[in-house]
Design a protein around this ligand. Structure first.
Ligand code: C2E
Ligand code: CA
Ligand code: CA
Ligand code: CA
Length: 279
């Protein structure tokens, strides 16, 4: 019986090392992509429902791998976090998004703001606010032109520098947006403690709006709490006109989702805005 066991151990360690090899290859490729321009940002419009105006654009990272094709951020962001590349990646994202906003404005496009996603470990870096300030200045932008999206998991880590970094970004005038709201823990206590200006209702609530009365109650309650605290509440993942209608009836000020626009490359924005009668 034991001889079969060793065979299995041998097989198992072989497949493990192959996985490790693949991971290493991916890590090397990501490092290279960061240097040679294999990454790009797509932008998804956020829309003020009442007036049909643009609220901002969320920057979402894309990786076009030379042989594996498009690798989704849900896969390469965790990899970047694990292999110490997230600092460089986020610096690139900030630089790219701010540069693009400045470029659109030079072209005469009325884009009010860009939003970038940052990871938990970015907030451990006390240099982040200075870096953000320098990037904004270099592109002639105001701090209020930038939203930084963070999730509750960032706050869960309770790293001493996290709160400090958040406070400094706020003092600078950068706006903070709490992403995926409603999926984490002790959400309500964060709302009280943090200098945030915006809440993003997680798309799992939006997905259930049409068929689950509980989801409708929750989205209304979250809008009520956010509004009473003076926050802008954004509903994301809006895919159908029925979802849009429910959110509009509940009074949601800002929405984002495939029903309005999918994330698009920056060069597609002017045509999309013209089509919407914006600008
Ligand atoms: P997220 O920040 O919650 O971003 C929203 C995700 O939902 C995006 O997926 C977006 O493409 C997708 N989405 C937008 N509208 C709809 C819709 O109507 N229906 C559905 N089903 N999905 C919709 P994406 O681009 O694949 O990004 C996934 C996650 O990866 C993001 O979730 C964010 O957590 C992370 N991510 C993306 N770009 C970056 C980045 O530059 N830095 C960091 N740290 N994380 C990033
Ligand atoms: Ca986000
Ligand atoms: Ca989200
Ligand atoms: Ca997310």
């Amino acid at each position: 019986a034991k001889s079969g066991g060793t065979g299995r151990v041998g097989f198992f360690s072989l497949s493990l090392s192959r996985a490790a090899e693949e991971r290493l290859a991916l890590e090397i490729a990501l490092r290279e992509a960061l240097q040679t321009g294999g990454l790009e940002l797509y932008y998804q419009p956020q829309i003020e429902l009442a007036v049909g105006r643009l609220h901002g654009l969320e920057a979402l990272a894309r990786w076009q791998h030379p042989t594996l094709g498009t690798i989704p951020p849900d896969r390469f962001i965790p990899l970047a976090e694990e292999c110490g590349l997230i600092g460089a990646l986020s610096r690139w994202v900030l630089e790219q998004a701010c540069g693009q906003l400045a470029k659109w404005r030079r072209e005469g496009l009325a884009v009010p703001a860009v939003a970038v996603n940052l990871s938990a470990s970015n907030f451990h870096n006390l240099e982040l606010p200075t870096l953000v300030e320098q990037i904004l200045e270099r592109h002639g932008l105001q701090p209020s032109d930038l939203y930084v999206e963070l999730t509750e998991s960032t706050l869960l880590e309770d790293h001493s520098s996290t709160l400090q970094t958040i406070e400094r970004l706020h003092d600078l005038g950068v706006r903070l947006s709490l992403d995926d709201f409603g999926t984490g823990y002790s959400s309500l206590s964060y709302l009280r403690r943090l200098p945030i200006t915006e809440l993003k209702l997680d798309r799992s609530f939006v997905a259930d709006l049409e068929h689950a009365p509980m989801a409708r109650s929750l989205s209304a309650a979250i809008l009520g709490i956010g509004t009473s605290l003076g926050l802008t509440v954004v509903a994301e993942g809006v895919e159908t006109v029925a979802q849009k209608d429910i959110l509009q009836a509940q009074g949601y000020p800002v929405v984002q989702g495939y029903w309005f626009a999918k994330p698009m490359p920056p060069q597609a924005l002017p045509a999309w805005m013209a089509e919407q009668g914006m600008n």
